[in-house]
Design a binder for this molecule. Structure first.
Ligand code: S3P
Length: 445
C-alpha cells in the first residue's frame, strides 16, 4: 500500500514522530511565498529583459515551475539560495518542449501554466504527481475553451494536452467558485487574446497576478473581486521581493497559541488581506497575536508577527473569512480540536479538492487522536478536547503533515505522521526550523 501511495510521487517516503515540545521561543524566519514565487517566475519568463527575484521559495512546487520554464527555453540562474535571475524571452519567445512538462505536486503551477501555454504557437503536455493527477482541471479548461483554447484532459483530470496556435479572444467570465488559480490562468491567457478579458469573482481572492502584471508594466484594472485587461502589450522586466509566506507562518501561529509559555516572533510575513483570514479567526478564538512594524515590501504589506500562548475557545467561523484562509484550514482544525467548546466551519467545500480532501483527511486524523468531529459536505463541527497520540496519514498533503506536527506538540502520546515528504513542496526545512524553536519532531526509521 505504501509503495502504491508514495511510489510514483518521485519523492522517498518520509514519516515523522511529533512529540510534546517545550514552550516555543525565539524568532522563526519562514520561507518565501509560494503563490508569489510561481507568478514571479512566469511573468519574468515572458517579460522583455532580466528580472531578479529575491526571497524565492526553494520548494519542490516552485522549482518544478522553474524547471518547466527552463524546458520552454527560459534561462534561469540561481546565484544564491532564494534568488533567481530570469532572462525573459518576451511574450512570444517561449519554445516548444518535446517532453511533457512536469508540474510535480503544484496545482498553481499547472493551472497557471495552462493559461500561459494556451496562448503559445506550439503544443504542450502538462503532467503532475499522483496527488495533482487527481485534481480537477475543468475549472480552467472550460473558461479557457470559451476564449478559443483547445485543451484535452483525461476526463477533467491531468495530464493536460494544450494545443498551440489557437487564436484567443477575451471574455467576461464570472467564476463559479472563488479561485485565484483560475482567475490567474484566464488573465495569463488574456495577455495573448484579442480584446478584453474580464473576471468577476464570487468572493475576492488573492490578487498577486494583478499586482505583479501592473509591476511589469501591463495595463490592468483591478479592484477586490474584479479584474480586467486587454491583450497586445509588453511586460517589462522588474525586480521582485517575495514576502514570507503567511501560510507557512500559520503553523507557528497556531503552535505558539496552543503551547503554554510560548512566545514566537515571525519576521516580515506577507499580510496581503486576501491571505490573513486565519489571523482574524485565531483572534476571534482568543489568540494573542500582535502585528509589529507594518510596512511595504515589493508592493505587498508585510509585518513582524508576535504570537504568545493564549487559551483558545471555539467559534462559529464567519463564512466571509473562508476564501482568505483557504490553505489554513488544516491547522485551524488543530486549533479548534484543542480549543474549549466547539468550532463550526461552513462554506468551505473547496477543501475537498485541495492536495487531499482536507475535510476528510483532517477528520480521520483528528478522530484517531480522540477528537469528536462531525464532517459536513462543506465543513465540519469540531469539538475541542485533549489530544491523545496515534498514527495519522497525510495523504500526500504537505499542509496536513505540518498541521499534525503542530498537534503533536500538545498530544499526550507520540503522534506518528505518515507521508511527510511532501512538506518540501511548500516548506523546505520545516522540521529543522520547528525543532529550533521548541518542536520535538524526528524522522521515523
Ligand atoms: C493559489 C490559490 C488557491 C490556494 C493555492 C494557491 C494561488 O487555490 O489554495 O494554494 O497561488 O493562486 P484555488 O485557486 O484553487 O483556491
Amino acid at each position: 500500500m505504501a509503495e502504491q501511495l508514495y511510489g510514483e510521487a518521485g519523492l522517498n517516503r518520509l514519516d515523522w514522530n511529533s512529540h510534546r515540545g517545550q514552550a516555543l521561543q525565539g524568532s522563526v524566519q519562514v520561507p518565501g511565498d509560494k503563490s508569489v514565487s510561481h507568478r514571479a517566475l512566469m511573468l519574468s519568463a515572458i517579460a522583455d529583459g532580466d528580472s531578479r527575484i529575491r526571497g524565492f521559495l526553494e520548494g519542490e512546487d516552485t522549482r518544478a515551475t522553474a524547471a518547466v520554464l527552463a524546458q520552454l527555453g527560459v534561462r534561469i540562474a540561481a546565484p544564491s539560495s532564494g534568488e533567481r535571475v530570469v532572462k525573459g524571452v518576451g511574450l512570444h519567445g517561449l519554445q516548444a518542449s518535446s517532453q511533457p512538462l512536469d508540474c510535480g505536486n503544484a496545482g498553481t503551477g499547472m493551472r497557471l501554466l495552462a493559461g500561459l501555454l494556451a496562448g503559445q504557437a506550439f503544443d504542450s503536455v502538462l503532467v503532475g504527481d499522483d496527488s495533482l493527477s487527481k485534481r480537477p482541471m475543468r475549472r480552467v479548461t472550460v473558461p479557457l475553451a470559451l476564449m478559443g483554447a483547445q485543451i484535452d484532459t483525461r476526463d477533467g483530470l491531468p495530464p493536460l494536452r494544450v494545443r498551440g496556435g489557437q487564436p484567443l479572444h477575451g471574455i467576461r467570465y464570472e467564476l463559479p467558485v472563488a479561485s485565484a488559480q483560475v482567475k490567474s490562468a484566464l488573465l495569463l491567457a488574456g495577455l495573448y487574446s484579442m480584446g478584453d478579458t474580464e473576471i468577476v469573482e464570487p468572493h475576492p481572492t488573492r490578487d498577486y497576478t494583478e499586482r505583479m502584471l501592473a509591476a511589469f508594466g501591463w495595463p490592468i484594472q483591478f479592484t477586490p473581486g474584479h479584474a480586467r485587461l486587454s491583450g497586445g502589450h509588453v511586460l517589462r522586466a522588474t525586480d521582485i521581493e517575495v514576502p514570507a509566506d503567511f501560510s507557512s507562518a500559520a503553523f507557528f501561529l497556531v503552535a505558539a497559541s496552543i503551547v503554554p509559555g510560548s512566545e514566537l516572533r515571525l519576521p516580515a510575513v506577507g499580510l496581503n488581506p486576501r491571505r490573513t483570514g486565519l489571523l482574524h479567526a485565531l483572534r476571534l478564538m482568543g489568540a494573542d497575536i500582535t502585528i509589529e512594524r507594518p510596512r511595504e515590501s515589493g508592493g505587498e504589506p508585510v509585518a513582524d508577527l508576535l504570537v504568545r500562548h493564549a487559551p483558545l475557545h471555539g467559534i462559529e467561523l464567519p463564512e466571509a473569512l473562508v476564501p482568505d484562509m483557504i490553505d489554513e484550514f488544516p491547522v485551524l482544525f488543530v486549533a479548534a480540536a484543542v480549543a474549549s467548546g466547539q468550532t463550526l466551519v461552513r462554506g468551505a467545500a473547496e477543501l475537498r479538492v485541495k492536495e487531499s480532501d482536507r475535510i476528510a483527511t483532517m477528520a480521520a486524523g483528528l478522530r484517531t487522536l480522540g477528537v469528536h468531529i462531525e464532517e459536513r459536505p462543506d465543513g465540519a463541527i469540531i469539538h475541542g478536547t485533549h489530544l491523545q497520540g496515534g498514527t495519522v496519514e497525510s495523504h500526500l498533503d504537505h499542509r496536513i503533515a505540518m498541521s499534525f506536527a503542530v498537534a503533536g506538540l500538545v498530544a499526550s502520546g507520540p503522534l506518528r505522521i505518515n507521508g511527510c515528504q511532501h512538506v518540501a513542496t511548500s516548506f523546505p526545512g520545516f522540521m529543522e526550523l520547528a525543532n529550533a524553536c521548541g518542536f520535538a519532531l524526528e524522522p521515523v526509521g
